[in-house]
Write a new protein. Structure first.
Length: 430
């Protein structure tokens, strides 16, 4: 596969950006490779500057659900841009998108737009502390909630990919207020709560997406909800990935829990930068200008991002692709696991609706520890072989893969055929 022009661009990029990238998850260092540079995306595919085509399962890290350059969305964006790219003041479309979100998430009575998921989780933590007048937060080992100082403790995603236990630059005095529990281990939560009485909130991905897809076990989320109610701890659901991905609405409804605050991003912006946090009225009214918790953003509620989000959410509400996503995932899972057995490849798949992760392991992947024990060297070979077949997965074994509505039967068949070729090569390698 020719990547000559991408290599030249990467060489220039390394002189301009740390590691040649503007987000560490875009680097291919963990798979001992260099990134390709995209010229355009269309449907389920990316096309690089060298003319190579890739069937895309990264989908802008879950932000794309209709596929790249979806015609109806592009038309809506074009109309929006004609009216201006940013106003810095109020406009009716932010009210319309807020209404769609609140309709889909009944626990949300008021919300505030931000420009990223990181801003949403950061602000949610701040308002939880302001509302409760307490300092501590509980997070779960391997859950990533953006690059917020308080939350970059035992985080997954890029932190796990590069083997960084915690980030440099995090002040010890701040980190001491972050308490770590283990996903799918309710006893670890009881231990934290028993030993610490100054806890403002607990933040969790209801479905982990940043150590790969890891599903909550029976009654785990309900157990967290009950602990929070009993101990007067605010429960924050980080649905930046799962919001409008696992169902219309989010994982909170899928699993029957009612958080105090919900954070969203990715899909609700139709591919544009956006985030939102929202919750019960008495909590959200603590935010300026009504209350003392300050939060602001020049581009919050950007009119182009908001109109893109309105289009996407209306499409999902009216066309509901979730049953089709389930069907696609089950077909893929069935064939891939059969191929893994045929070629004696240790492989397991976790999936829910429009997202899945394949792990090179014989064990069930149920938490950070089991995910961290996978065969990373085999994933590195898998990634490169798949890229040669024109299939693009994340350059890390600790990320989710995503369907879009543009991933049709042809794409599923192509993926299965690529898995067979790659598993055969991995078998020969061993």
């Amino acid at each position: 596969m020719n990547r000559k022009e991408s290599d030249q661009l990467y060489k220039k990029a390394t002189q301009l950006f740390p590691g040649g990238v503007n987000s560490p998850v875009r680097a291919f260092l963990s798979v001992s490779d260099r990134p390709f540079f995209v010229k355009k995306g269309k449907g389920a595919y990316l096309f690089d500057v060298d003319g190579n085509q890739y069937l895309d399962y990264v989908a802008s890290w879950g932000a794309i659900i209709l596929g790249h350059a979806y015609e109806g969305l592009i038309n809506e964006i074009s109309i929006a841009i004609e009216n201006g790219t940013s106003y810095g003041t109020c406009h009716p479309y932010e009210i319309e998108l807020a209404g769609l979100i609140i309709e889909a998430f009944p626990p949300v009575q008021m919300l505030r737009f931000t420009s990223s998921g990181t801003e949403a989780t950061m602000s949610a933590i701040r308002v939880a502390r302001g509302f409760s007048k307490k300092k501590g937060i509980i997070k779960f080992r391997g859950c990533y909630h953006g690059h917020v100082d308080s939350l970059l403790v035992k985080a997954g995603s890029g932190m796990a990919t590069y083997g960084i236990p915690d980030s440099g630059g995090i002040v010890e005095e701040l980190a001491r207020y972050t308490f770590i529990a283990d996903f799918n281990d309710i006893d670890s939560v009881y231990r934290v709560v028993r030993n610490n009485k100054d806890i403002a909130c607990m933040i969790i991905e209801p479905v982990m997406g940043n150590m790969g897809v890891i599903l909550p076990e029976k009654d785990f989320l309900q157990g967290l909800y009950e602990i929070c109610k009993k101990e007067e701890i605010l429960l924050i659901c980080d649905e930046v990935i799962t919001g409008f991905r696992v169902t219309y609405g989010g994982a909170y409804a899928f699993y029957g829990i009612e958080p105090d605050i919900i954070c969203l991003g990715k899909i609700i912006g139709g591919g544009f930068p956006i985030g939102v946090f929202g919750g019960k009225r008495e909590i959200m009214e603590q935010i300026a200008p009504l209350g003392t918790v300050y939060q602001a953003g020049t581009l919050s509620g950007n009119p182009v991002a908001v109109r893109a989000g309105i289009y996407v959410l209306k499409y999902l509400r009216e066309n509901s692709p979730y049953a089709l996503f389930d069907k696609r995932a089950e077909i893929l899972k069935k064939h891939i696991l059969s191929l893994a057995e045929k070629y004696s490849i240790p492989y397991t798949i976790n999936s829910i609706t429009g997202m899945f992760t394949g792990f090179f392991s014989k064990k069930e992947i149920r938490n950070y520890l089991s995910a961290s024990e996978i065969d990373r060297a085999m994933y590195q070979r898998f990634f490169k072989y798949m890229l040669e077949e024109g299939i693009f997965f994340a350059p890390s074994p600790f990320e989710a893969s995503f369907f879009t509505i543009s991933h049709g039967e042809k794409e599923i068949t192509r993926t299965i055929e690529a898995y067979e070729k790659v598993f055969a090569k991995l078998n020969r390698d061993s």
